[in-house]
Design a protein around this ligand. Structure first.
Ligand code: MG
Length: 369
């Protein structure tokens, strides 16, 4: 089977309300998403989506995905999409680095590989049955009262795990947020306090040795070395996210004892292929993992949920779904959806999300015959 044509769409995905993280220094109003369709000479079609969370959250740029696909396209036409790892190696030769550009292509290859095998991706990735996945909310930074109200709204949708965005210049404000939200939680709820790299190491150590909460704390500082320094001096378990660029970074984090868990995000890592490598490394060293994408519609969310659904229960924490924050839905009714805080993926082959092209508007590029 050969890739015969690549079609690219650019979609603006407005958020249903502005989103603030990292103490308010990072704000997002809409997402720049790229949808990619791979067609093959045997009639199978695969879909992928690449969608950074704005352009301040990670070194990833929405229009950069389209530019990168333009560069990669001549090297992709004619390759066998049922061999995603070989396709990824070809992309690495044609364009070293730029991992986030490769994620939608890699995703679409896995979609085709699953369809060709007649298996859903959770099964391709090793599961006998898809795990029922708990979903977690994402609570933007605000005043304590605003954040408690956001948790209550998420609770009403069934969420029992909450990723709470904190961080800022004033340690006392974060101490009050953490202890206030900890006191306001229900007994069946889990909290993660996500600092999104806002703290200096000294601030992280001061805050975390003052609060009473012993919940997960995520990406306290900018770099892996800073986070490792903090991890050795606090009692909270540490989750790492933005500083985890590739498989080697994960090995280094393990070697340093910098964390007890990681976020596994296909768009940050360069697609499902590399996300699966990281997931398998995390299983082997005993990490706990949130497996989800960086952003996007239910297409990108569902791709990551397939990986989550094939991950052992002991290693899997809840997954976040970006599409819950959008005011548009380019794939209505498709893919993994929140059912009172849980999601179970359907038993359909491949990725299981196939946009109706007429609803996506005009493509921005078509490569191949
Ligand atoms: Mg995070």
């Amino acid at each position: 089977m050969r890739i015969s044509r690549i079609t690219v769409w650019a979609l603006t995905l407005p958020l249903n309300k502005p989103y603030s993280l990292s103490g308010g220094r990072l704000r997002v109003n809409s997402l720049d998403s790229t949808f990619v369709r791979l067609e093959t000479d045997e009639g199978l079609t695969g879909w992928g989506e690449g969608c950074p969370w704005g352009h301040t959250y990670l070194p990833a740029h929405g229009p950069g995905i389209r530019a990168g696909v333009e560069t990669l396209a001549p090297f992709l036409i004619g390759l066998d999409p049922t061999a995603p790892e070989a396709v990824l190696r070809a992309m690495d030769v044609a364009l070293p680095g730029h991992h986030y550009v490769k994620s939608p292509i890699d995703m679409a290859c896995w979609d085709i590989a699953g369809q060709a095998a007649g298996m859903p991706l959770w099964k391709v990735f090793g599961a006998a049955l898809p795990a029922q996945i708990s979903l977690n909310s994402s609570i933007p930074t605000g005043t304590l009262d605003e954040m408690i109200a956001s948790v209550e709204a998420a609770r009403a949708k069934g969420y029992r795990t909450h990723s709470i965005k904190i961080g800022g210049d004033e340690p006392a404000a974060d101490i009050a947020r953490i202890d206030g939200l900890n006191a306001a939680r229900n007994s069946d709820e889990y909290l993660t306090f996500d600092v999104n790299r806002a703290w200096m190491p000294a601030t992280a150590i001061e805050v975390l040795n003052t609060v009473t909460a012993r919940d997960w704390v995520e990406q306290p500082c900018e770099t892996l070395a800073q986070c490792a320094h903090v991890a050795m001096r606090v009692r909270n378990p540490i989750m790492l996210d933005e500083c985890m660029a590739d498989v080697n970074t994960h090995y280094e984090a393990w070697r340093l004892g910098a964390c007890e868990g990681v976020k596994v995000k296909p768009n940050r890592l360069g697609g499902l292929t590399r996300a699966r490598q990281v997931r398998d490394f995390g299983v082997s060293v005993g990490w706990r993992m949130h497996i989800e994408d960086v952003g996007g519609s239910a297409l990108a969310d569902t791709a990551a949920l397939h990986l989550a659904a094939s991950t052992p229960d002991a290693n899997r924490l809840a997954s976040w779904i970006s599409h819950d924050h959008l005011s548009v839905d380019p794939v209505p009714g498709q893919g993994g959806r929140n059912e009172n805080g849980l999601v179970r993926l359907p038993d359909v082959s491949g990725l299981g999300v196939s946009p109706i092209v007429e609803t996506l508007g005009e493509p921005v590029a078509v490569y191949g015959g």
